[in-house]
Write a protein that binds this ligand. Sequence first.
Ligand SMILES: [Zn+2]
Length: 166
Amino acid sequence: MNEQRTAPPRPPFWREYWFEIIWLLLALLGVFLLVERMNLRAILRRVVTEAVRWLARAALHIGQGIITRIMHTTISDAIGIILLLIAMGVLLWRIRWRIMRSSRWTRTVCPLCGSGLHRIHRRRLDRVISLLIPVGRFLCKNPECRWTGLRVTTSRARRRSSRSDA
Ligand SMILES: [Zn+2]
């Protein structure tokens, strides 16, 4: 009797409705997940959209900036610098070539009195100039003139000057 009396009250609700309870819980879980997922999706969509839009704008901005700079500044600057360097180099080489060839800079005759010249010790600046053009310092043999100046001293230049002198 006791067992029969105590036994019936336990099962009724759970045993009667466990099916409904479980499915109700599952339904609630489904609703919860649906709502949650909708919110998450909305938030995610907004975040992703914003991020993509921001990235696209940033990429576009940076790309445009780089392209604009390359098209308008960097290439023209680079070409300008290269052209300037090449032109300066060619001009310097040409000036050097002209000086080395000119009799004015290779003749070992005094430009003032026409006397012969003899070589003296170079000054410090002459040595610096010699890094670009081989020069020597010369002094007029005429004691009343005493002209001093630089002359190109390559063997070729001297040979040419001696040939033109002769
Ligand atoms: Zn002289």
